[in-house]
Ligand binder design. Structure first.
Ligand SMILES: CC(C)(COP(=O)(O)OP(=O)(O)OC[C@H]1O[C@@H](n2cnc3c(N)ncnc32)[C@H](O)[C@@H]1OP(=O)(O)O)[C@@H](O)C(=O)NCCC(=O)NCCS
Length: 167
């Protein structure tokens, strides 16, 4: 397994991980209607755009299995909101369900944090759904600290998110 910056040819693999991980992670948290509407094709378009516009403030890395399959990805970079105290953000980190709990998330997370540090994008914020207890435990085990909360709209639901900070 290797961790490396994403290439445009990874777009469909990343989109698959993204959609499948959303469905397995958020079932029971986000409505079935919303999750059923997620599509590989639409997601692939968005991922292509992210890879094409990656620069020294916006990154996307993949975890590639020994057989060449994309099994996880992380996207991260400059914080998308204005905040004097926070510079970087881990936008997303997703590992395919059957590969979770094997250390891949930890490797991707560490690569992301290293790159953010090299890019002078610390401290880093991570927004996570309150009900996503697996991810919250993961971030806590990696040393991130919970600092604040907000409500966001996903489809027609209002969902609580927590912010973790990495200093
Ligand atoms: C959260 C996620 C990225 C973690 O990646 P992973 O490869 O499964 O995690 P790892 O195997 O690298 O685990 C790293 C550490 O996190 C902790 N951890 C991971 N999953 C955990 C769980 N379910 N419960 C408690 N601790 C957990 C462990 O302490 C582990 O440390 P250890 O190996 O020293 O025991 C991954 O499980 C995932 O993609 N989940 C679904 C999508 C998601 O929620 N993404 C985050 C959105 S904000």
């Amino acid at each position: 397994m290797v961790i490396r910056p994403a290439k445009i040819s990874d777009s469909s693999g990343i989109a698959m991980v993204n959609v499948d991980a959303w469905k397995s992670t958020y079932k029971g948290i986000i409505s079935d209607e919303y999750l059923d509407n997620l599509s590989y094709e639409k997601r692939e378009q968005a991922i292509r755009q992210i890879i094409n516009t990656a620069d020294d403030k916006k990154f996307i890395f993949v975890a590639e299995n020994i057989d060449g399959r994309i099994i996880g990805f992380a996207s991260f970079g400059k914080y998308r909101e204005n905040d004097n105290d926070i510079n970087g953000e881990l936008y997303a980190i997703y590992i395919l369900k059957e590969f979770q709990g094997k250390g891949t998330g930890k490797l991707l997370y560490r690569c992301a944090m290293q790159k953010l540090k090299e890019s002078s994008l610390f401290p880093v914020i991570i927004w996570v759904l309150d009900e996503n207890s697996q991810a919250r435990k993961f971030y806590e085990s990696m040393g991130a600290a919970k600092v604040k909360e907000r409500f966001i709209h996903i489809g027609n639901q209002e969902i609580k998110e927590l912010a973790y900070i990495v200093i």
